[in-house]
Design a protein around this ligand. Structure first.
Ligand code: 4NP
Length: 156
């Protein structure tokens, strides 16, 4: 089974949103049972918590339910358990590269390398901003999810 892990800092805003968006896109492609999807944070501050209420509300407006998700921190075994590890921004990427064990064969990339629009390289952290930031996160992640699906489909 192909496996995809989305990673941000806290695992309560961007990466759970990415998880929900990609689950929805997988469902649209009839691939729900064929792709393992998860998310995690590089930091441990919010472990065990549900996604931020603003992330839940923004996703809900687009028909995506994030309420069952709970935050966890990236662990070393993720590097061998997942085929794709997708960082939301350069800081997440740097942290992942530092903790990546030698010889890891996963594809470690920034998620926005899969976008069509290429208007941004990093998914901006919406935590300290307003609701509009969460809409922007969703726009970027829907764009990237389509490109990612095209790539992942070739491995299913
Ligand atoms: P995320 O957003 O990395 O997209 O989940 C953040 C969540 C929490 C914090 C920072 C970013 N924080 O500082 O607690």
């Amino acid at each position: 089974m192909v496996s995809v892990l989305f990673v941000c800092l806290g695992n309560i805003c961007r990466s759970p949103t990415a998880e929900g968006v990609f689950r929805a896109v997988c469902e649209q492609h009839g691939l729900s049972g064929k792709i393992r999807i998860d998310s995690a944070g590089t930091a441990a501050w919010h472990v065990g918590k549900a996604p931020d209420g603003r992330a839940i509300a923004a996703a809900k407006r687009r028909g995506i339910d994030l309420t069952a998700l709970r935050a966890r921190q990236v662990v070393t075994s993720d590097f061998s358990d997942f085929d794709f590890i997708l960082a939301m921004d350069q800081a997440n990427m740097n942290d992942l590269e530092r903790s990546q064990p030698e010889g890891c064969r996963c594809q470690l990339r920034k998620i926005l390398t899969y976008t069509h629009t290429k208007i941004a390289q990093d998914v901006p952290d919406p935590y300290y901003g307003g609701d509009q930031g969460f809409e922007e996160v969703l726009d970027l992640l829907f764009d990237a999810a389509r490109g990612l699906m095209a790539e992942v489909k070739t491995h299913v």
